[in-house]
Ligand binder design. Structure first.
Ligand code: ZN
Length: 115
């Protein structure tokens, strides 16, 4: 793993670095005074942050939870009668969840007809 930002350009391998960048990179690694595997770890983190800043990284899975239809979840399990909440059930999709007690797939309430 190689990741180095130099004068606004990013380099992900030694081969793509011009000689002066290679020198700066070697100097930077020396200055960190860290073992190689730790430096590699930091470089991976830097790269992840950079990708995230540019929106090139897939969104973290927590984002999907915002689309879970907690409002459609029944308040109790039809099968075992256990109390249900958006945090306790096992979501298998935005509109599909399993009972945390008996494991049955819970039917979501359907909208309409209630107005
Ligand atoms: Zn149940």
């Amino acid at each position: 793993m190689t990741y180095f930002m130099y004068q606004g350009k990013e380099y992900t391998s030694l081969e793509t670095m011009p000689p002066e960048v290679q020198k700066a990179y070697a100097k930077w690694r020396e200055e960190q005074n860290l073992p190689d595997d730790l430096l590699d770890y930091y470089e991976a983190q830097l790269r992840d942050i950079e990708l995230e800043n540019r929106g090139e990284k897939p969104l973290p899975p927590e984002k999907a939870s915002a689309e879970r239809r907690v409002d459609l979840l029944p308040s109790t399990c039809f099968n075992c009668g256990g109390p249900l909440s958006g945090d306790s059930v096992k979501w298998t999709g935005a509109q599909s969840a399993d009972c945390p007690y008996c494991g049955v797939n819970l039917p979501m309430r359907t909208d309409g007809g209630s107005r």
